[in-house]
Design a protein around this ligand. Sequence first.
Ligand code: NDP
Length: 444
Amino acid sequence: MSYVDEVFELVVAKNPAQPEFHQAVKEVLESLRVVIEANEEAYRKDALLERLCTPERQILFRVPWVDDKGQVQVNNGFRVQFNSAIGPYKGGLRLHPSVNLGIIKFLGFEQIFKNSLTGLPIGGGKGGSDFDPKGKSDREVMAFCQSFINELYRHIGADTDVPAGDIGTGAREIGYMYGQYKRLTGLYEGVLTGKGLTYGGSLARTEATGYGLLYLTEEMLKCNGKDIAGKTVVISGSGNVAIYAAQKAQQLGAKVVTVSDSTGWVYDAEGIDIALLKEVKEVKRARLTEYAAARPSAEYHDGKGVWTVKCDIALPCATQNELNLEDAKALVANGCFAVAEGANMPTTLDATEYLQKNGVLFCPGKAANAGGVATSALEMSQNSERLSWTFEEVDSKLKGIMVNIFHNLDDAAKKYGMAGNYVAGANIAGFLKVAEAMTAQGIV
Ligand code: NDP
């Protein structure tokens, strides 16, 4: 059996009941096959793939907190420090009821390659909890965040592990976590990114993932002889990534006609009104029904449906496995020619294959949404320098990083005979740097 197949079987056997983790490992290993086979003996002797697929450290902990009725609640806390070969662990904290160890491991594993692709010195990690901030009072969210940090603080630090936001963890949660970290350690350091601007945050961090997604998409289209201006775009999600992806898409001259949340979606024939969307989602934290109620050109639909809308470009920006084979077929049938993932692993493996086989330009999340972590790393640099860069400085660095990422994966795909396969290109380019660093550092 080939080394790749052997390791995949081992991962499934050693990590039972973690389907998302298996899926992420399978996607990466499959596309690395040609690279691994070219150097199989050395990698096998060093158990390089076994080490790559096994987190350096997994921290699981109890998070007790008291709700507004005086009732004690208990959540599970996670931090998976996956790989530090090229820098301190870096990756977000997800707060969502669906969080479990397998989800955090899939995200942490993906983060290794994403962080490597940015060209910045950051390793891979991820964390979070099955706590749901939705419907909780500010005091309850603070109580949870403080309890979460009461355990996590001893495992993180500006030069060891620097968590950030993710689903459910926005500026409010990062603020409460940072305050508690500072209280416990007495340190005013860049231990978390996504901080507020008054206490060490970076301008353009809020916009970074969505903007970065569009900078990369624009470059991918340009290199394939297409222009984003005038195109129709469908977007899923209406959180941080979706909102700023929609904003930048419209700034670049495209028309965004959909957004969604976990209960329904909106079709707006005149193009999404970004100011209204922000008011509904960022200020009122309300459902999309309120967007539709305030906008005559918008239709609200319950459930899932954005991928059935006719479009040129699709940007999944909500969550994992939200675009399946049936959705991919609908996109192709409607003439969609480009898909770039704002979320992490939103497209199922069979849907990705279908899109690629049908000539759709497909850029995976580990490259397309790397703008968030790249700007987090820029926040770390500013914190170390004790300086704050202007919005324009950060935004122009972000754009440079995203354009560079696209060319790295495009070049890697071409070099290994898979021109246009950006999934393979991203995995190969991300892997080679990490593998070289791991090999140089010996068996650790
Ligand atoms: P937010 O919490 O701000 O928004 C998430 C959006 O997705 C919301 O509209 C939410 O709807 C929707 N959503 C969440 N879960 C589901 C579900 N199970 N089914 C349908 N819709 C769902 O998160 P972000 O925008 O920050 O993150 C979105 C994705 O992007 C995630 O995959 C994240 O890992 C990834 N990402 C985020 C980065 C960042 O900088 N924020 C960086 C890189 C990747 P509702 O409000 O109803 O829950």
